[in-house]
Design a binder for this molecule. Structure first.
Ligand code: FAD
Ligand code: NAD
Length: 460
């Protein structure tokens, strides 16, 4: 068997692993990265980027289709159609550019990248099966960044017409009728995109509202928009399985009679679980929390010099969290003092309207001031034909320190930067209220929310 040795060995080339590798190399640490599939992991190949590409294509198609009807803007289009194979090809082009870019960055930083399947032998040794050999690599530090996998329903496993997000992101043809199980991030982002592409979409959710992890005031405009789009919502429903002819999904609300939803395809999006099995991790006997690896606030596992980051360490399973953890671990290994204690961790749902949550909501802060500013009073929103939603700020009552922002509305994902920065930099309501915000922008709603919390909003 061929052998190699390195200071830092990283398993997994997703946003957690590749960022850790780049930063470690910048800090002069000899680094090897093992990736079984494509660099960029779930995020670049089958997650964040392809889903946002498909959402954009669906938005454009829906806009043009709307113009073929009665456009208030006076735009006239005879008819619109979509060549989904070409859409997928365009999406794949973006993925290819980004994953190629990650490869180039790793090469530039002289990271030793090995394509192969890693199996943990012990805390200092990993075997890697490549296309033509098995390598044994010894290391001083082992960083686990193996990500997550979609959760399957035991009574309706993946296969045939039952798909997970990966297949939904690369349709060869569009189904006529899609049933989505789970009204969380994936179910609603992709369910909305498919509906805008002309597919009949039904969403089945076990709990009694969409995006149940978020506060109801925030999700109300999203639910209203789903209804307007013609997505059928079946809330508080149990999925029982496919019917006998596999032409539909059987569901039941409470004790009511069972009903069947016709389906050419069923997208199961009921969460993801840490990828902690199948590569010898059990042999380390790490402290675990279910499927996830337990880590402290430096991403150290229960074994010395074995680290874990990203989805493998549980919620929130977000790419920016994985990247921040990866960067931090590289710095700690290089001797810097770092802790993972972010004041703000933005979460964005790319539904239509979009939703952003950063920091605390009013019910999480005992003595707070909170105020909302509606986009209906924002000029830029009107020019974008989208005056629904609002920005909400949450601040401590005693010193006006901002501890949370929430927003729902058109393009609010881009406001998440201002939200996170104000919280991380310890801004008060007065700081944001006194900052000149460009006109006309959606960002003016951020300033106005702070002004309103202080009792003197100007435009509402
Ligand atoms: P991953 O990206 O999963 O990477 C892990 C890598 O490890 C994989 O490439 C895998 O092949 C490799 N690997 C695993 N085991 C081995 C082994 N034994 N040997 C070698 N290689 C191995 N997050 C956001 O923040 N914003 C979004 O908009 C967003 N959209 C998403 C949309 C979808 C459809 C999905 C599925 C996810 C989305 N996410 C989003 C979540 C995001 O993709 C993940 O949080 C992120 O990719 C986690 O990064 P990671 O590095 O922990 O793991
Ligand atoms: P999710 O946790 O967001 O939503 C799952 C939904 O399924 C929940 O509403 C849950 O109540 C429901 N559910 C669970 N079991 C069910 C059942 N048997 N029948 C009906 N409903 C059921 O999970 P997801 O949408 O699969 O996404 C997985 C993860 O991927 C997310 O948690 C997130 O971390 C990540 N992601 C992030 C983004 C983003 O940041 N924009 C986008 C997509 C995915």
């Amino acid at each position: 068997m061929h052998t190699q040795s390195t200071t830092l060995l990283i398993i997994g080339g997703g946003p957690g692993g590749y960022v850790a590798a780049i930063r470690a190399a910048q800090l002069g640490i000899a680094t090897t990265l093992v990736e079984a599939e494509q660099l960029g992991g779930t995020c670049l190949n089958i997650g964040c980027i392809p889903s946002k590409a498909l959402i954009h294509a669906a938005d454009e198609f829906a806009k043009i289709t709307a113009c073929a009807g009665d456009s208030a803007l006076g735009i006239k289009v005879a008819s619109a159609s979509i060549d989904i194979a070409r859409t997928v090809q365009w999406k794949d082009g973006i993925v290819g550019k980004l994953t190629g870019g990650v490869g180039a960055l790793l090469k530039k930083h002289k990271v030793n990248v090995i394509k192969g399947w890693a199996t943990v032998v012990d805390g200092k040794t990993v075997d890697v099966k490549t296309a033509d050999q098995t390598l044994r690599i010894s290391c001083t530090h082992l960083l686990l960044a193996t990500g997550s996998l979609p959760v399957a329903l035991p009574f309706m496993p993946f296969g045939g017409k039952v798909i997970h997000s990966t297949a939904a992101l690369a349709p060869a043809v569009l189904p006529k009728q899609l049933v989505v199980v789970g009204a969380g991030y994936i179910g609603l982002e992709l369910g909305t995109a498919y509906r805008k592409l002309g597919v009949q979409v039904s969403v089945v959710e076990a709990l009694d509202r969409v995006l149940p992890a978020y506060d109801p005031e925030l999700t109300k405009p999203v639910a209203a928009a789903l209804n307007r789009l013609g997505i059928e919502l079946h809330l508080g429903c149990r999925v029982l399985g496919l019917n006998a002819s596999e032409s539909g999904v059987r569901i039941q609300a409470g004790d009511a009679a069972e009903i069947e939803l016709p389906a050419d395809q069923v997208l199961v999006a009921v969460g993801r679980r840490a990828r902690s099995a199948g590569f010898g991790l059990e042999s380390l006997h790490l402290d675990m929390h279910g499927h996830t690896v337990k880590v402290d606030d430096q991403c150290r596992t229960s074994m010395r010099d074995v680290w874990a980051i990203g989805d493998l360490t549980g919620e929130p399973m977000l790419a920016h969290r994985a990247m921040a953890q990866g960067e931090m671990v590289a710095e700690i290994i290089s001797g810097r003092r770092r802790y993972f204690q972010p004041a703000a961790m933005p979460a964005v749902c790319f539904t239509d309207p979009e939703m952003v949550v950063v920091g605390k909501t009013p019910d999480q802060v005992p003595d707070c001031i909170h105020a909302s500013f509606p986009f209906a009073a924002n000029g830029r929103s009107m020019t974008l034909e989208s005056a629904e939603g609002f920005v909400r700020v949450v601040a401590r009552r005693d010193d006006h320190l901002i501890v949370g922002w929430q927003a729902v509305g058109c393009s609010v994902s881009e406001l998440s930067t201002a939200f996170s920065q104000s919280i991380e930099m310890g801004a008060t309501l007065e700081d944001v209220a006194a900052t000149i915000h460009a006109h006309p922008t959606l960002g003016e709603a951020v300033q106005e929310a702070a002004l309103r919390a202080l009792g003197h909003a100007l435009h509402v």
